[in-house]
Design a protein around this ligand. Structure first.
Ligand code: GAF
Length: 394
C-alpha cells in the first residue's frame, strides 16, 4: 500500500502542540517548504544545465515566534540518531559568525540564519517534517527554505526568490559541506500545484509546465538504502565535469556538444571514465528538453522512454545508481502500464520515480514488495505548492 502523506494541517497541529509544551507560549507563524522529486535532468544543475523537478506534498515546517533575546532556540520533532533534539545558539555578529557543529540537523538552520539577508532577530521554534530524511527527496533543502521563509515572516522582509534559493544553497555548501547545485532549493521556493518546473540552471530562468490530464501518476519508491559513498562521490563527479569543461576551455559542460566530446575521445585526449561522465551530462540535457516537449504535447510514452534512458545513462555512464535502485527500476518496468522508471536525486540509494497508469499502481507495489529484499516505501505524489508563510494567530 502507498504511504498516506500527512497533511500540512496535521503537521502544523503536532508542531504547535510541541511548541506550546516546550516554550509555554503560542507560536505566531510557520515557514513551510516542500521536498522535491526530479523527473529528469539529473546531475546537470551544477553543470549549468536543465532540470525538470516538481515540489512534493511532503514538507518541512519551521514554526515559532520572535523573542527579545539574541538567541535562537530550536526543538526538532524528528528523531536523529546520536543527536540531541534541542539546540540553542546566539545570533551571529560580524566578529562571531555562526559555525557548523553539533547537532548535525541544526547546521542547515544555522547556515540559513547566518546568510539570511534581512534583520537578524532571536526566536523560539519547532521543526517538523514529512520529507523522508536522506532519501534523495531534498529533506535538507526543504528545511533550509522553510527556515528562510520563517525568518522572512518573522521580520516582514522578502528576499528575491532566486537570491533566497542561492543563499540556502550557500548554507548547504558551507554548513553541511555538500557542494550541491541549486535545483533543490529553487524548486522548493518556486514549486506550483499541478506543475512540473523546467529550470535553466545557468540563467535560473523558470518555466512551469502544467501536467496535462491523463490516467497516469508518479509513484515514488524509497529503497530505504543510503550508501556512504553518496557525498564523497558527488564531489568527485562535480570535479570531473569541471575538468572536462576545462579541457575545452569552456565555463561548464553546458557549452560542450556531443560531437566535440566524441572528437576529443577519438584523438585519445580523454580517458574512458571522464568521457562517459561528460556524455551523461550532455545527453541528459538533451533528454530533459525533449521530455519537456513530450509532457507539453501529452506524449506520455515518449516521456517514459526518456526517463528510462536517463536512468540507464546515470547507471552506466555516470555510475551513481546502485544495485537496489537498478532492481527497483527494472522490476517496475516489467509491469504492464508502466511508461518509465528511473532513480531520482543524487543517487547511491534513495528513491526511484515511476510514471505509471493509475490502474497499475497496485501491481507495481505488489511486484516490488514481493521481490525486494529490503522494505520499500511507496508514495503516489502530485505537484504541490512551493514555500509559503502561514500566520498561526488569525
Ligand atoms: C542532489 C543535489 F543537491 C542537487 O543539486 C542535484 O545535483 C542532484 O543531487 C542530482 O541531480 O540532490
Amino acid at each position: 500500500m502507498a504511504v498516506e502523506i500527512p497533511s500540512v494541517e496535521d503537521l502544523l497541529k503536532k508542531g504547535i502542540a510541541s511548541f506550546k509544551e516546550k516554550f509555554q507560549s503560542v507560536p505566531e507563524l510557520a515557514g513551510i517548504a516542500p521536498g522535491r522529486v526530479n523527473l529528469i535532468g539529473e546531475h546537470t544543475d551544477y553543470n549549468e544545465g536543465f532540470v525538470f523537478p516538481m515540489a512534493l506534498p511532503m514538507v518541512a515546517i519551521v514554526l515559532g515566534k520572535r523573542t527579545n533575546e539574541n538567541k535562537c532556540k530550536i526543538l526538532t520533532t524528528n528523531k536523529h540518531a546520536d543527536d540531541s533534539q534541542y539546540v540553542e545558539f546566539s545570533l551571529p555578529t560580524d566578529l562571531e559568525p555562526l559555525k557548523p557543529g553539533k547537532p548535525n540537523w541544526a547546521n542547515y538552520i544555522k547556515g540559513v540564519v547566518q546568510y539570511f539577508d534581512g534583520p537578524k532577530v532571536g526566536f523560539n521554534a519547532v521543526v517538523i517534517s514529512s520529507v523522508p530524511p536522506g532519501s534523495g527527496l531534498s529533506s535538507s533543502a526543504a528545511l533550509e527554505v522553510a527556515t528562510y521563509t520563517f525568518l522572512e515572516g518573522l521580520v516582514g522582509h522578502k528576499t528575491d526568490t532566486k537570491q533566497k534559493a542561492s543563499l540556502c544553497q550557500k548554507a548547504e555548501h558551507n554548513f553541511a559541506s555538500v557542494p550541491c547545485g541549486v535545483m533543490d532549493q529553487l524548486i522548493s521556493v518556486h514549486g506550483e500545484e499541478s506543475c512540473v518546473t523546467l529550470i535553466d540552471c545557468r540563467s535560473l530562468h523558470i518555466m512551469n509546465v502544467t501536467i496535462p490530464a491523463s490516467n497516469c501518476v508518479f509513484l515514488i519508491v524509497n529503497s530505504n538504502v543510503h550508501h556512504e559513498l553518496a557525498s564523497s562521490e558527488y564531489s568527485v563527479r562535480r570535479q570531473t565535469c569541471e575538468e572536462v569543461a576545462k579541457k575545452f576551455n569552456r565555463k561548464s559542460l553546458r557549452d560542450v556538444t556531443l560531437v566535440e566530446l566524441n572528437k576529443l575521445k577519438s584523438s585519445n585526449n580523454i580517458d574512458d571514465e571522464m568521457y562517459r561522465r561528460a556524455r551523461h551530462v550532455i545527453t541528459e540535457n538533451e533528454r530533459t528538453l525533449k521530455a519537456v516537449e513530450a509532457l507539453k504535447s501529452n506524449s506520455i510514452k515518449e516521456f517514459g522512454h526518456l526517463m528510462n534512458e536517463s536512468h540507464n545513462s546515470l547507471s552506466k555512464d555516470y555510475e551513481v545508481s546502485c544495485e537496489e535502485l537498478d532492481f527497483l527500476v527494472q522490476t517496475a518496468r516489467e509491469v504492464d502500464g508502466v511508461y518509465g522508471s528511473r532513480m531520482t536525486g543524487g543517487g547511491f540509494g534513495g528513491c526511484t520515480v515511476t510514471l505509471v497508469d493509475k490502474s497499475s499502481v497496485n501491481a507495481v507495489i505488489k511486484r516490488i514488495s514481493d521481490s525486494y529484499k529490503k522494505q520499500a516505501d511507496f508514495f503516489v505524489v502530485k505537484p504541490s505548492p512551493g514555500a509559503r508563510v502561514m500566520s498561526l494567530t488569525s
